[in-house]
Design a protein around this ligand. Structure first.
Ligand code: CP
Length: 337
């Protein structure tokens, strides 16, 4: 009997059961402990991993690279200007070639259909490192961080404030619904998640008992939250929309005033990063000069407050990516979960 995870891709968390996601989170906790204790865990010894990046990345690239090395594999970075993908060679042909040489492929890019086609034709596990639609490896780290903090997931309330129509909001909604976490998306009506995403989440919620809510009333939404989550107001590829988003999303900024509406002091703050919380970046300064906003989705005060967990969350990207690579590609005996 082989592992239930063997040779599977991770394109969306919706392809994994609640039990499987919890297994991966707990396996990540185990791998984190092994790393801290210096215990070797070379479950991918001799394997070769392709890291395809159409978009820039700090956390995802670093996490896949370090995780692959810790597992004994060789990671090979293939950036958008390094290979022919989609320009001179179809996704199908690229998948057939890379799948004949590499044992696993990570893809970060724009279209969900590209990562799906890579998985269809490569014949090796493909892991979605972010598309415009979903960010599944981020979810493992996010919910791992929540579990580390609260010791459980079921019944907790996670409120996402900001742009409700993007990959992170989509994936939080779907994954929370699978895991039994109550997820509220607080966003202007113009940015409500698509009907398709809401329907998927509500179907999973029926099974897990989680409560899914989408609202424009951010102050009411945060009441009783255990987790407040936010994200950039304009994602990669949406930079032209900053002016409109700044006006629209200003009331959804995570700041001290909004956090008073939570009604407890035990909540944690998450952000997938990078964040615009001051003018210490080129874009942050540019936004300040153009629109007069020095802080966007989160204030600097809140970003560095005692409730903030975004750097623990960022570290967990590595442990969770390691878990998904080891479980799907390593010779591990996981007969059932
Ligand atoms: N959160 C996240 O995906 O970070 P990077 O864009 O740096 O990979």
């Amino acid at each position: 009997m082989t592992s239930v995870f063997q040779q599977r891709s991770l394109l969306s968390t919706k392809d994994y059961s609640k039990e499987e996601l919890i297994y991966l989170i707990e396996f990540s906790e185990h791998l984190k402990e092994m790393k801290k204790r210096g215990i070797p865990h070379r479950y991918l010894d001799g394997k070769n991993i392709a890291l395809l990046f159409e978009k820039t990345s700090t956390r995802t690239r670093a996490a896949f690279t370090v995780a692959a090395l810790d597992l004994g594999a060789h990671p090979e970075f293939l950036g958008k200007d390094d290979i022919q993908l989609g320009k001179k060679e179809s996704v199908r042909d690229t998948a057939l070639v890379l799948g004949s040489m590499f044992d696993g492929i990570e893809f970060r890019g724009f279209k969900q259909s590209v990562v799906e086609d890579l998985a269809k034709y490569a014949g090796v596990p493909v892991w979605n490192g972010l598309t415009d639609k979903e960010h599944p490896t981020q979810m493992l780290a996010d919910y791992m961080t929540v579990k580390e903090e609260f010791g459980k997931l079921e019944g907790l309330k996670l409120v996402y404030c900001g742009t409700g129509r993007n990959n992170v909001a989509n994936s939080l909604l779907i994954t929370g619904a699978i895991l039994g976490v109550n997820v509220t998306i607080a966003t202007p009506e113009e940015l409500f998640p698509t009907e398709e995403i809401q329907v998927i989440a509500r179907e999973f919620a029926k099974k897990s008992g989680s409560v899914i809510e989408v609202t424009s009333d951010v102050k009411a939404a945060v009441k009783g939250a255990n987790v407040i989550y936010t994200n950039v107001w304009a994602a990669m590829g949406e930079e032209g929309q900053f002016e409109e988003r700044v006006k629209l999303l200003n009331p959804y900024q995570v700041n001290k005033e909004l956090l008073q509406y939570v009604g407890n002091d035990d909540y944690i703050l998450l952000h997938c990063l990078p964040a615009f919380h001051n003018t210490d970046t080129i874009i942050g300064m540019e936004m300040y000069q153009k629109f007069g906003v020095a802080e966007m989705e989160m204030t600097d005060e809140v970003f560095y407050s005692k409730n903030a967990r975004q750097f623990q969350q960022a570290e967990n990207r590595m442990h969770t990516i390691k878990a998904i690579m080891a479980a799907t590609l390593g010779d591990l005996f996981i007969p059932r979960v």
